[in-house]
Design a protein around this ligand. Sequence first.
Ligand SMILES: NC(=O)c1ccc[n+]([C@@H]2O[C@H](COP(=O)([O-])OP(=O)(O)OC[C@H]3O[C@@H](n4cnc5c(N)ncnc54)[C@H](O)[C@@H]3O)[C@@H](O)[C@H]2O)c1
Ligand SMILES: N[C@H](CO)Cc1c[nH]c[nH+]1
Ligand SMILES: [Zn+2]
Length: 435
Amino acid sequence: MTINYNKWSAMPEQERMNIFNRSELVISDVMDTVSQIIDNVKSNGDKALYEYNRDFDGVKPEKYNLRVSAEEFEEAESSLSADVKEAIDFSIANVLKFHKSQIPEGMNMIEIRKGVFAGEKAIAIESAGLYVPRGRGSFPSMLYMQAIPAIAAGVRRICIVTPPDEMGKVDPGCLYAARKCGVSEVYKTGGAQAIAALAYGTESIKPVVKITGPGSKYVSAAKRLLSGIVDPGLPAGPSDSAVLADASADPYKAALDLMTEAEHGSDSSAILVTDSESLARKCMAYLDTLAAKLPPQRKKFVEDVFAGFGGIILVDSIEEGARVVNIYAPEHLQIVTEDPWDTVQLIENAGEILLGDNTPFSNANYSIGANAVLPTGGKAKTWSALSARDFIKYSSIVYSTAKGYRDLEKHVKVLADYEGFAAHGNALKLRNDNV
Ligand SMILES: NC(=O)c1ccc[n+]([C@@H]2O[C@H](COP(=O)([O-])OP(=O)(O)OC[C@H]3O[C@@H](n4cnc5c(N)ncnc54)[C@H](O)[C@@H]3O)[C@@H](O)[C@H]2O)c1
Ligand SMILES: N[C@H](CO)Cc1c[nH]c[nH+]1
Ligand SMILES: [Zn+2]
């Protein structure tokens, strides 16, 4: 298999840009298509959703409800094996523990000066639409990773949109996870059309104020185009990852872990950044043999990634490697160096940072408890992992006593005059005139 292999100092600018811009390049390709989908949903509501279910997701039945029924929840639960339910229960418990710790106090006040108090009141957003993908895999994990922080934050209305299968059914693992989390409003619609439905509303789906969740290029493009209508949350597009490793790392484990995010799709990215040429060469050989054992679709994705947006970058030192990682700003980063606790001090941009080779991406994707909905495509430079904070906003709360008011008065009049806002100044200057 072809694996991009470059020494950082000699890497052509074009190849650097290919890796650093990765999913950006594919999302911009579909803006026109997605814009048409959005207009259709805005004008035709449910009718457009049924059409796209038929055309994009291959739904065969002509008559079915977009909303999942109570019977469908029952059917889903009874169709699942005990070990799948147990794994979901186990993971939900860990994710809940992690996210409960993020809930702020209801209201905090401090005394700024004598008689002048200011603070913040945390208020949950009123509604959230969670996108759970299902194109190149099914994702119960992405359901509980979103539902749990939303519930912990106290969102009153939580609904889920996710693509149906050919029979017009939602993935049973997702329905089981939804029920476990206490969410019953689930709709059978995916892609850009689902995002448009949540933004504008349709006959079946009431609009929400915020959308979260990862998705393909269509979902990412729709969120971008609708960002003036609805809060689209953190940009979680095609998955990407980096392994930052030195000569102490096990090349076999590094190859196993590098392939996990690569198998999400040809539009994903995965890079090994190392100062060890020997590790790089051995890891490359393992990538080749391990990829050959994957099922055909996953093998193709992995091959496309290592010849496309991914590969191996050889650096002169771990410090230089950390600089490369900070520019790449991975969604998932694993550090496998002699002292990962020391190396982590060099990292500024990464959605999540996993330390040592006992913390593979897979464990964090599903079960450790930290959130696996993460900023992709270099957006970890400014965005964080999904958290309970994404579902909470803050109102400033301010109170002054009469003494506190008088202390501020003189300075506020001066500032209002300086800025030329007469009415602002009058609100203080004329305050006692009408007696
Ligand atoms: N960043 C994160 O936290 C995170 C987490 C999990 C997954 N992901 C990423 O999410 C993505 C999930 O993608 P997916 O494909 O599996 O699921 P998806 O649900 O996002 O995409 C499937 C939908 O795309 C639409 N679609 C398919 N072909 C289309 C076409 N030609 N035109 C218009 N719309 C079309 C269909 O409506 C379909 O329902 C992957 O890229 C994965 O890497 C990211
Ligand atoms: N790697 C994904 C986030 O980028 C999460 C996930 C769920 N299932 C498999 N992977
Ligand atoms: Zn993954």
